[in-house]
Design a protein around this ligand. Structure first.
Ligand code: ATP
Length: 592
């Protein structure tokens, strides 16, 4: 397959504002792709070469890309830099500067997808002495044989700026349409994706083995499972009612969620010692916590397992939990040894997904917890999370007070018969947190989809942002608020920089909005906000029409908390469904 087919599809995707059209273009591309490279095309379309959890980036810096353009075009580096600054996009700069070689390439071999992928892969893996020159040479070899359009997309992909905004769910939709002829089959593919976090592998499986192959898909040590998430409710009695009268209330520790994969070294990604730690976003964080790796090896009574827990900083003398910020000292590349002693951590396990040949995701909470208790040999730094099974709201509230007094955020209450639903946020797990007086009881994580230019003191920066929440069913972002407060000048400067590469000339096809914005962005940046309440509004599209015809849900007095949730991807943001639930529980509070 020639890369020009892929590049033309990218161009069409960039030009559409319709999500249906986006799926159509993508499914056509998938259909035309030979089976043996379908995984590669899927990764490339999302601007990568491998699933995220492997952490392999192509990583071409602007400087290097400019030097490759220089080497190919024979222009001076200065001229290349000037063009780049004038056009603001490395892809367009390359296209502009290499335009004159248009005729020459008519006579060269067409670029295949395989070649583009393999060369980008070699660039990603080149390391050590002389690797800079090697990478320039490799990139330049591609540019030399590429057409204008191909140049644009090769350069954007190499520098990590492809950003077509193709979400995982859009790819799953397109795969379902292309291989099964029916978008409704997406949920079967989605299950496999939730168990493997690898879209390329799902694409390859459905291409080679059809839907039956995908249905047989199972959990494997070494491939992170997309985490099960919690819904929220305002009181113990509401939670018990929702769970059918009884639930297991567990401490909600405020640390870092981790999924530990322990096994033989032959598995997909397991490092030399056979243990790998994945973050909530499924990034490998093993190197930050060698002490946790060691504790897992000594305190877990098994050969292989997939187990989840929360890492929390502790005061080693008293055993007390310390605030989340303490853990951030461990997020560094160098000097880990010293920080291990300075900032000791503990791990409290709360779920077990697999142990020694037994997948447990389809077992009930009670069964999984039983196996968990048997597996973990507790000591002062390794625990199973405290829990009580109760049907009494007062008992639950009292347990909550105890949890908070010990430094927890609150509780996560779990349905006794609930299964481990990878990647799902449902009422099988329900959060209960302490209320912030008159404010909404919790912060919301929303996605920046647009911005408005600032005036007065904020001129030259953005004065406000358009926020949206994710609707998983529809795979779109629905607007819910304009936010201008809570930002410091430094924040605003940072936002200008961070949002620059995400700018697009029109509303993104996955954003549903009635209002317009001065600038639109590809949905990517998630920020934490607080608001006084949720109200109905005719301007915003969140859950449009679910409460009143023509009205969506909006935030009243939204304020930025100062925290950018770079641990969350846009589809992990607070969902439309959750905000609707909050709106409904507010009403209950007022009427109750
Ligand atoms: P938050 O921003 O409140 O941490 P979140 O979106 O990251 O929420 P949720 O699924 O809403 O994730 O809340 C569950 C989170 O709470 C988990 O991701 C985990 O990090 C943490 N946690 C702490 N204790 C528990 C527990 N006992 N069971 C499950 N999750 C727990």
């Amino acid at each position: 397959m020639n890369y020009s087919e892929v590049a033309s599809a990218y161009e069409a995707m960039e030009n559409t504002t319709s999500r249906l059209e986006l799926i159509r273009i993508l499914s056509d591309l998938v259909r035309e792709t030979p089976k043996d490279i379908i995984d590669k095309v899927v990764y490339l379309t999302q601007g990568k070469l491998y699933p995220d959890f492997l952490g392999i980036e192509i990583g071409v810096a602007d400087k290097l890309a400019m030097r490759a353009i220089t080497a190919t075009s024979g222009r001076s580096l200065k001229e290349v830099e000037q063009t780049y600054h004038r056009l603001g996009d490395i892809g367009s700069a390359g296209e502009d500067l290499l335009a004159t070689k248009g005729q020459a390439i008519l006579f060269s071999e067409p670029l295949t997808v395989k070649r583009v992928y393999n060369v980008l892969d070699s660039i990603a893996k080149a390391s050590g002495k002389g690797s800079l020159e090697t990478r320039i040479r490799l990139l330049s070899s591609l540019l030399n044989d590429a057409s204008k359009k191909e140049i644009r997309y090769i350069l954007r992909t190499a520098t990590g700026r492809l950003r077509l905004g193709i979400a995982d769910y859009t790819v799953l939709d397109a795969l379902a349409v292309a291989y099964t002829g029916d978008r409704k089959n997406r949920h079967i593919l989605e299950r496999a994706y939730n168990l493997s976090s690898d879209l390329g592998l799902v694409a390859k499986t459905v291409a080679d083995k059809g839907l039956e192959g995908v249905e047989r898909f199972h959990i494997t040590v070494g491939r992170p499972v997309r985490p099960m998430l919690a819904e929220r409710l305002g009181s113990a009695s509401e939670i018990l009612e929702k769970l059918g009268g009884e639930g297991s209330a567990e401490y909600k520790l405020d640390g870092e969620r981790v999924q530990v994969h322990m096994g033989a070294t032959t598995h997909v990604v397991l490092g030399p010692d056979g243990t790998e730690l994945f973050s909530r976003r499924l990034e490998r964080i093993t190197s930050h916590y060698p002490d946790i790796v060691e504790l897992c090896r000594t305190q877990l009574r098994c050969k292989e397992c997939i187990i989840e827990g929360e890492i929390v900083a502790i005061n080693i003398d008293t055993g007390e939990y310390l605030p989340f910020q303490e853990l951030m000292h461990r997020r560094r590349k160098y000097g880990i040894k010293e920080t291990i002693e300075q900032y000791p951590v503990s791990i409290s396990f709360f779920d077990l997904l697999y142990v020694d040949g037994d997948p447990l995701t389809h077992k009930t909470y009670v069964e999984r917890r039983e196996r968990l208790l048997k597996l973990v040999d507790e000591n002062e730094r390794v625990k199973v999370i405290p829990a009580i099974v109760t049907s009494n709201p007062d008992e639950m509230e009292a347990f909550m007070d105890k949890a908070i007094s010990e430094g927890c955020e609150g509780l996560v209450v779990k349905g006794l018969k609930s299964l481990y639903r990878a990647g799902a946020r449902e009422f099988a797990w329900i959060k209960l947190k302490r209320e912030y007086k008159s404010e909404l009881s919790d912060t919301l994580d929303l996605v920046i989809v647009g911005a408005f230019y600032g005036r007065g003191r904020r001129s030259g920066r953005y004065g406000a942002f358009l926020l949206a929440a994710y609707d998983k069913g529809k795979d779109v972002f629905e607007t819910t608020s304009k936010i201008g407060s809570g930002f410091t000048d430094e924040n605003l400067d940072k936002f200008v920089k961070m949002l620059e590469p995400l700018k697009i000339s029109h509303r993104h096809p996955r954003v549903v909005s009635k209002t317009s914005a001065d600038v639109w962005f590809t949905p990517q940046i998630v920020i934490e906000v607080i608001a006084s309440e949720i109200t109905l509004s005719p301007i915003y599209t969140l859950s449009l029409g679910s409460v009143r015809k023509g009205s969506g849900l909006a935030l009243r007095f939204p304020k930025f908390t100062g925290r950018i949730r770079d641990d969350k991807s846009p589809s992990d943001s607070t969902t439309a469904k959750e905000i609707l639930e909050i709106y409904r529980s507010q009403l209950k509070k007022i009427s109750g």
